[in-house]
Write a protein that binds this ligand. Sequence first.
Ligand code: AMP
Length: 290
Amino acid sequence: METIHTVAWMKQVAAEARKNERILGFVPTMGALHEGHLSLIRAAKNQCSPVVVSIFVNPKQFGPSEDFQRYPRTLDPDRAALENLCVDYLFAPPAEEIYPPGFRTAVVVEGLSERLEGRSRPGHFRGVTTVVLKLLEIVQPRLAFFGRKDAQQARIIRQMAGDLNVDSEIVVCPIVREPDGLALSSRNRYLNESDRRAATALYRSLEAVSREISAGERDAARLLIALRRVIDSEPSVSLDYAEIVDADTFEPVASARKVCYVLLAARVGGTRLIDNALIEQTGANFQVTL
Ligand code: AMP
């Protein structure tokens, strides 16, 4: 695996691959790699060659009181994990490569970026879309891989790519979970032992919604009552938001139908976690994917 630190070299390597009509796959990450990231990389390896993985802790997507400084940076084990999966290129630019002095441009997907995560973390998606568009411009992959763990982010990136005529196909991969259901996240390493146990409440609250759906409940307000009951039973977990939204508009729905998401964010001790479930209707049947 070759590690690339500059935009110019990354562009040159990617251009060469495209010129040779190779199917370039790209997986953007902030590092502290876990099985969730690795699942995206495996999906990329299955469909593409060469595969580029980026590791860049993007300062612009963190609010002033968020965890940018303490966000885990584990480049050596990350590099070993990528070598192990036979990744071709690691793009790990320093911040000045991505945001040189005088940088002034931002990319904003209106509407979709203002709700849910966007409301709780003002400016977050502006930072995400700005860096992801830059990375897609630098690498110009045929396919770019994102996780459904960040469902709103994936929806916003797909919108941006369509609106701005980005030629990359946006592929969204399933959520990878711990055996007890907790969605893998780089931030899980902030959890102490008791918070780690309490954090399963997010998954259990989505399971409660899934059970209600199986029992025939469709009313969003009643489904969310079942969700809150689980969250409220854990004193160290406090809900930031829980909503059932249309999978396209991300606007709240009155009842589960067609394709929608149950989305939630909660604080466990000092750590903010998010999770979601996908609800799909086919005919009279409802399927819930956690
Ligand atoms: P991050 O490093 O947190 O920016 O995440 C990089 C990519 O990995 C994003 O597309 C995330 O949605 C995805 N990702 C993070 N956690 C998971 C997970 N548990 N399962 C699947 N994908 C994930």
